[in-house]
Every structure is written in structure tokens, then in C-alpha cells.
Ligand binder design. Structure first.
Ligand code: SAM
Ligand code: SF4
Length: 357
């Protein structure tokens, strides 16, 4: 066994790696063998969706979607969040699939908000159901939403999402702003599909007082099947946005996530975010861990290594057993995702909707 001082609990430093079940007397802070600390949990609540974006979901939905009995119950999800919070997680993002298609999602938000110590509870959503749910979600304790929108053209929106109604999404964005949720817009730029919409999306977001962010297409799931010529790196997007941005005023990495920001050229202080998993990965500073809808903990989108926390709970496992499993899953986390390495192609076939985007 390698001996490394890797896992710091509140009362001790564990120097056997990996730790064994029963090693912990208290829940340890989450660190990995490369010294990265984990403070941000992305919790998938479903792998189903009411849309089927071309880079994410097959036309008729995922074949291998989770059955109802396999899904984490709300009580199980809230228990996991409380153990993660004890292990240092400060921020939780509910995601999917589409989190708003999970029945009674407001109750889950309420449970997590009331029962756990997390500082900020947020959600990533396609916003199709947000016009009715924004207020109850906010009242239940949701702080903010990242809303995915790839075009402002209704026909194109229907093409990219395979049938989505842009009007519902726009209504959802306005509802979220009206009730005071913190809102960001996320766009995946796709050459030949929405590149001539990007400048308009930026203006639209800014007109609402919202920051738009561009996420580079990743070769995961359906995204791996698209021609890679469709992928636009951040430099390509910056070129398309041209005069809208001040190229020398990068505001760098901020806040909780990996986005880097550039400021508007007009000096207004408005910004555009760029999430660059492909052109400039942020793996060295990764602070996030993921739970799938069926309760697998995954240290990385690109990793197949997973341990099922739901089974541990259903077998009567304690919070310390869960903490051990969390530490174990992070123990083998690679330095990076190797998306661009042809030999690692095997890693690339599980889509964002199955893992939790
Ligand atoms: N349904 C919600 C939504 O669309 O916002 C939450 C889940 S979705 C999987 C989360 C984010 O992942 C979305 O912003 C989506 O655009 C992004 N995404 C999905 N597949 C992707 C891929 N292959 N490459 C880059 N981003 C992707
Ligand atoms: Fe659904 Fe979100 Fe995937 Fe689009 S990106 S198919 S909205 S889960």
C-alpha cells in the first residue's frame, strides 16, 4: 500500500491510501491524490428530458435511461447532499437530463435547502417549464439557474433541440428574472448551426442584465457523433463576436466554476463567459464531483470509474460508509479528461444527460 498523507479529516490525517471502509471516525474533507479539494457537487435528478439536443440526447431519448426504482429518492438525494456538505461541499447544482421533468422537483429543492448545510443551491435547466416553476423553486430555496439556449431563432431552436419551443424557454428566462433568481445563459456554439446567432445571444443576454457563457462542444455521447468540424473553440467564438468584446480585458477565472470572462468593448462592465474543456482544460483546478440520477458517484465526466452510493444506502450503510465511497471514487481521478487523445476514445461515449451535465 502506498503511504501518502492525502485525506485530511477534521480530526486526523489518514496516511494509508486508499483508505479502507472503517478508517474514518469522522467524515473527511474531500481531497484527491493530486491535492485537489472538492467543494462543488453536481447532482443529476433524472436522465430524461423533454428535448433532445443534437449534441446531447439521441432522437428518441437515451435507451439506457434509469428506471423509477433505480432513481435516487428525494430522501436519499438529500441525505447524500448532507454527507457531502459535511465533507466540504459548499455548492450544489441540480442537473440532468432535465431537472424540471422530475416530478415534485420543488420538494427536493425544499428538502435540500432545509436539511443540509450547503451554502448555495442552483440548477441547470432548459427552462421549458420554468415559467410555472420559477417562483415555487425560488420560494423553496433555489438561488439561481443556468439556462441553456443555443439560438434565438424559433425554427433553428426546434431543429437543434429536435422539437423544442423557443417561446417557452424565453418565457422561462423572464419568469426566472422576475422572481429574482440569479440567471446565466449557456450556449454551445456549433459551426454551421448557430454561429451566426452568437452575437445576438450576447446582446439578448446583456439586454436582460444577464451574463452569456459559451461552452465548447465535448465529444461525449451524441456530441461524439457530430462532425468535429462543428466544434468551435473559444478563439473561434471570440472572432465571431469581434467588436463586442475587449480582447485585452480578460477578467480570468471567477466564482465557483471554470468559466473565464472577457469584458464588453464599450466599457459597460458587461461580460461574456467561456468554458473551455477542449481548448484549455481546467482539470488542474477541478473542484467538482458528480452524482448520476441512479446514485453513481463519478469523479469526472470522462471517467467510467463509479461506485453506487444508492446501493450503499439501501444496504443500510452509514454516513461514514458513504464518505469512504466518496473518497475512494476520487482516489483514482486522472489529472485530465484526455478527450483529444484518440486512445482514450472509449471514455467518450456516455452522454451528458446520463452522467449529469
Ligand atoms: N437539461 C439541462 C440543460 O440543458 O441545461 C441540464 C442538463 S444539460 C446535459 C447541461 C449542459 O450540458 C447544457 O448546457 C448543455 O448544453 C450541455 N451539454 C450537453 N451535451 C454537451 C456536449 N456534448 N458538449 C458540451 N456541452 C454539452
Ligand atoms: Fe435535454 Fe439539456 Fe441534453 Fe438538451 S442539453 S437534450 S435540454 S438534457
Amino acid at each position: 500500500m502506498r503511504r501518502l498523507p492525502l485525506v485530511e479529516s477534521r480530526s486526523a490525517v489518514y496516511d494509508e491510501w486508499p483508505p479502507r471502509p472503517g478508517d474514518f471516525e469522522t467524515i473527511p474533507l474531500l481531497r484527491d491524490s493530486r491535492g485537489r479539494s472538492y467543494t462543488y457537487l453536481r447532482l443529476s435528478v433524472t436522465d430524461r428530458c423533454d428535448l433532445a439536443c443534437v449534441y446531447c440526447m439521441p432522437p428518441s431519448g437515451e435507451e439506457d435511461h434509469t428506471l423509477r426504482r433505480e432513481l435516487l429518492t428525494f430522501e436519499e438525494a438529500a441525505r447524500l447532499v448532507s454527507v457531502f456538505a459535511a465533507a466540504g461541499i459548499r455548492r450544489v447544482r441540480l442537473t440532468g437530463g432535465e431537472p424540471l421533468v422530475r416530478k415534485d422537483i420543488v420538494r427536493l429543492v425544499d428538502l435540500i435547502h432545509r436539511r443540509t448545510e450547503v451554502e448555495q443551491l442552483v440548477m441547470t435547466t432548459n427552462a421549458t417549464r420554468l415559467s410555472e416553476l420559477a417562483r415555487p423553486l425560488r420560494d423553496a430555496g433555489l438561488f439561481g439557474v443556468n439556462i441553456s439556449i443555443d439560438t434565438l431563432d424559433a425554427d433553428r431552436f426546434a431543429e437543434i433541440t429536435r422539437g423544442g419551443d423557443l417561446g417557452c424557454v424565453l418565457a422561462g428566462i423572464h419568469a426566472a428574472l422576475d422572481v429574482g433568481l440569479d440567471v446565466k445563459l449557456n450556449t454551445v456554439p456549433l459551426r454551421g448551426r448557430n454561429d451566426d446567432d452568437l452575437a445576438r445571444i450576447v446582446e439578448f443576454a446583456w439586454s436582460l442584465g444577464v451574463t452569456p457563457r459559451f461552452i465548447e462542444l465535448m465529444p461525449l455521447g451524441e456530441g461524439a457523433k457530430l462532425p468535429q468540424s462543428m466544434r468551435m473553440d473559444t478563439d473561434d467564438v471570440i472572432t465571431v463576436l469581434g467588436d463586442q468584446l475587449h480582447r485585452t480585458t480578460a477578467t480570468g477565472v471567477e466564482g465557483h466554476g471554470p468559466a473565464r470572462y472577457l469584458s464588453a468593448s464599450d466599457g459597460s462592465g458587461r461580460r461574456v463567459g467561456f468554458i473551455t474543456p477542449m481548448s484549455n482544460d481546467f482539470c488542474d483546478t477541478c473542484n467538482r464531483v458528480r452524482i448520476t440520477a441512479r446514485g453513481d458517484i463519478r469523479a469526472c465526466l470522462a471517467s467510467r470509474r463509479a461506485i453506487n452510493l444508492r446501493n450503499i444506502m439501501r444496504a443500510g450503510g452509514s454516513d461514514l460508509d458513504l464518505a469512504w465511497a466518496m473518497v475512494w471514487s476520487l482516489s483514482g481521478k486522472d489529472r485530465g479528461h484526455y478527450f483529444l487523445d484518440a486512445d482514450e476514445h472509449e471514455h467518450e461515449h456516455v452522454g451528458m444527460s446520463l452522467i449529469g451535465g
